[in-house]
Design a protein around this ligand. Structure first.
Ligand code: 4AZ
Length: 246
């Protein structure tokens, strides 16, 4: 009886501890000032934050293809230079979108798109392009991800910009988690920390270079499933070519 009691109490404690860690298993973010990640963009759909994006130059931003599936350019605009998703900074209309030709909307392969802005961004401390990575960092490398997405799976999103640090996951390890991922994808994870819905299209950064674009994943901060990002080093030739046409 005593043993059973101890067992019951300890398993209740385990369940309790488990539920705490689940409820804390959010993006695990801290507030960020836009000046810390001045390349961060909010992609607006009909005036409301829908996705992240990244400043490539004063007239081109990069986002996830799954963020711009509509061909109606009028639906989209971008907000730059603000830590808030719903106010401040510069809001600019867009004039063109190119999605990757081999974007696959179910598997989210080649989940990348370029957006040309109607008017040039005024660059400054809060509005800066970020260079593209030439190579994917090794597994274990810490990377910074930021955005206004959900603070946990199926949870609310944040009006204030959040950032968190995740570690690049070795490609083969990530492939084993999911069964299949593609070479144009790179994964990152950390306990209780992840990107989530609404962060898509936003930046994953190592050493001041863009290594990933938030793409997808199974839930958010799931212990067995890393976040999946478009692999910028692999997609760089596509980006550099598509810039000529967007
Ligand atoms: C999404 O649905 C999504 N944990 C984005 C990122 C992640 C999961 C889902 C990564 O847009």
């Amino acid at each position: 009886m005593f043993i059973q009691c101890i067992f019951l109490i300890s398993s209740a404690a385990l369940i309790f501890a488990g539920s705490i860690s689940i409820s804390e298993r959010i993006v695990g973010g801290q507030p960020a000032n836009i000046s810390e990640v001045p390349w961060q963009v909010s992609l607006l759909e009909r005036g409301k934050h829908d996705c992240g994006a990244v400043i490539f130059s004063d007239e081109i931003v990069i986002t996830a293809a799954h963020c711009v599936e509509s061909n109606n350019l009028e639906e989209y605009s971008v907000r730059v230079g603000s830590s808030k998703s719903n106010q401040g900074g510069q809001v600019v209309q867009i004039s063109n979108i190119i999605r990757h030709e081999n974007y696959h909307y179910i598997y989210l392969l080649n989940d990348i798109a370029l957006i040309r802005l109607k008017t040039k961004l005024q660059l400054g401390d809060n509005v800066r392009p970020i260079p593209l990575a030439d190579r994917a960092p090794a597994g274990g490398t810490p990377a910074l991800v930021s955005g206004w997405g959900r603070i946990k799976h199926k949870g609310p999103s944040s009006e204030d910009l959040l950032k968190t640090t995740v570690n690049i996951v070795d490609w083969n390890v990530c492939r084993r988690s999911y069964g299949y991922i593609s070479k144009d994808q790179i994964c990152a994870a950390a306990s209780g920390k992840d990107s989530c819905q609404g962060d898509s299209g936003g930046p994953l950064v190592v050493d001041g270079k863009l290594v990933g674009i938030v793409s997808t994943g199974n839930e958010c901060a799931h212990p067995y499933f890393p976040g999946i990002y478009a692999n910028v080093a692999v997609l760089k030739p596509w980006i550099e070519n598509a810039i000529k046409f967007v």
